[in-house]
Design a protein around this ligand. Structure first.
Ligand code: NAD
Length: 307
């Protein structure tokens, strides 16, 4: 098991001196503005975790809340204010946005965030820079995957990597990062034929699908490194019983809470893979660590540019 939580703690520890130095020189900590629209329960948890992590690492983090009934105009107003704020170096608009804002709302909002404060790495300028291998701010989850591979001593150069998922948030950027580290990358998605066969050629398999326990042992080359990005809240008792043996801690957790967070990778993959990230405790904590790293990077860059 690749202990993402321990690696994330280490990264956060390494940021502390830089945060302290920034705070001393600037007379204020690096600042992150988080915008949350509506009351999506998963988003509430993610935002709470981000605020807590930022506070623990000495960053300032402010939450701007808007009701689910807010208009796109209201949301863009908040983004514009944060763009102009001298004390906010990073801006994050929590996705998903309420469906009522319209299908293109996320893109419109991500486009509106100042690219120098775009700690989520979703602005087209930052995406373009990543494509051209001159990245500035890169999406946090893909960065977390790469940090985990690097700090676990997993060779990427020359490896055959398969990524399942082609989203702008995970699949596409992680594929580019792997390619830039000289992996030979295949990107798979919902229309891919012979998916298990393609995956079974991978030295490194990244699953970013959003379907609980979708990746079964037949997808895995024995000894492969498997990175499970999926976060799926499961409430189906039958599925939990099929996935986890009676008497296991996971079953007990489910019985206590009535739900369980499960990755995209089936637990039985642990018997075939050479290394595997757990869910929870794998890529999730690394995503938060990279958000803090991106905020500090944006803060340092803004302040050195204005000197
Ligand atoms: P998404 O819905 O935007 O994309 C899912 C991708 O999976 C799509 O590209 C789709 O083509 C592919 N897919 C769907 N069904 C498939 C199938 N049957 N076969 C092959 N491919 C299929 O999701 P996303 O935003 O990329 O997130 C993916 C997962 O990662 C989700 O579970 C999400 O919660 C999780 N996630 C975790 C973190 C983290 O911090 N660990 C961050 C972001 C997303």
């Amino acid at each position: 098991m690749l202990d993402g939580a321990a690696i994330a703690r280490q990264i956060r520890l390494e940021l502390q001196d830089r945060v302290a130095a920034f705070t001393t020189v600037q007379g204020r900590p690096p600042g992150l503005g988080i915008v949350l629209v509506g009351e999506d329960p998963s988003s509430e948890i993610y935002v709470r975790n981000k605020l807590k992590a930022a506070g623990e690492s000495g960053l300032r983090a402010d939450l701007r809340r808007l009701p689910a009934t807010a208009s796109l105009h209201d949301l863009l107003d908040v983004v514009t204010t944060l763009n102009g704020s001298p004390i906010h170096d990073g801006i994050l608009v929590q996705s998903p946005l309420p469906a009522a804002l319209g299908r293109d709302a996320e893109q419109v909002v991500f486009d509106a965030v100042d690219q120098l404060k775009d700690v989520d790495g979703f602005h087209p300028e930052n995406v373009g820079r990543l494509v051209q291998k001159r990245p500035y701010l890169v999406a946090c989850t893909p960065l977390g995957v790469m940090e985990l591979l690097a700090r676990s001593g997993i060779a990427v150069d020359g490896a055959r990597a398969v990524v399942i998922g082609r989203s702008d948030i995970v699949g596409k950027p992680v594929s580019l990062l792997l390619m830039h580290r000289n992996a030979t990358v295949t990107i798979c998605h919902s229309r891919t034929r012979n998916l298990p066969e393609l995956c079974a050629s991978a030295d490194i398999l990244v699953a970013a699908i959003g379907r609980a326990a979708f990746v079964t042992p037949d997808f895995i080359k024995p000894g492969a490194v498997v990175i499970d990005v999926g976060i799926n809240r499961v409430t189906d008792a039958g599925l939990v019983q099929r996935l986890f043996p009676e008497g296991s801690q996971r079953r007990a957790d489910f019985e206590r809470r009535g739900s369980l967070v499960v990755g995209d990778v089936h637990p039985a993959v642990a018997d075939v893979a050479g290394a595997l990230t757990p869910v929870p405790g794998g890529i999730g904590p690394l995503t938060i660590a990279m958000l803090l790293a991106n905020t500090l990077k944006a803060a340092e860059a803004r302040c050195s540019a204005s000197r």
